[in-house]
Design a protein around this ligand. Structure first.
Ligand SMILES: [Zn+2]
Length: 171
């Protein structure tokens, strides 16, 4: 499902594969479905001169570097989503975030193409965190010196851009 549905979710009729509309609109019954951007969040967590990265256990970007974060749930503010994701992924309780920037990605997962809008936040820790990694989504935790960030190993364009902005202007 790159753009739309193979079968209409309302009347069930097969859709002409040549016609991909955004929003999806059934050519038979007129059923319309808006495929808006999927909201996602990521956190740049700094301690001393290092930034916390995760290594992705899953596709897309398996084995590449990522920032902690994920998709925003229904009825969930961005900051709360990031706090929840960081608690789930790292076992850390971080509630104070500063907004940095946003960027977009195409995120293909199990044949569904999501167009994400990623909001990136930052926080600076004052003591060394005790991390408890979540194994299903993260293969490793890596602290990387802010002067040696390997930008070509980062999984997503939006996060690469946010890190460049952060390192150039805010640290
Ligand atoms: Zn229909």
């Amino acid at each position: 499902m790159k753009n739309g549905f193979k079968y209409c979710p309302h009347c069930g009729k097969h859709q002409n594969s040549c016609r991909h509309l955004v929003p999806f609109e059934c050519i038979y019954c007129g059923f319309t479905f808006y495929q808006n951007a999927a909201a996602a969040v990521a956190g740049i967590i700094q301690f001393n001169d290092k930034i916390l990265f995760t290594r992705r256990e899953k596709t897309p970007g398996k084995g590449m570097l990522d920032l902690p974060g994920g998709f925003v749930d229904h009825s969930e503010p961005l900051e709360a989503a990031l706090t929840r994701e960081v608690r789930e992924e790292l076992g850390l309780n971080i509630v104070s975030w500063s907004y940095l920037s946003s960027g977009v990605n195409d995120y293909l997962y199990k044949d569904v193409l999501y167009h994400t809008c990623d909001a990136v936040f930052t926080t600076t820790l004052t003591s060394a965190p005790k991390i408890q990694k979540e194994d299903a989504e993260i293969s490793d935790i890596v602290w990387i010196d802010k002067n040696n960030v390997p930008f070509d190993e980062i999984a997503f364009d939006s996060l690469r851009e946010a890190l460049r902005l952060y390192l150039n202007e805010f640290s």
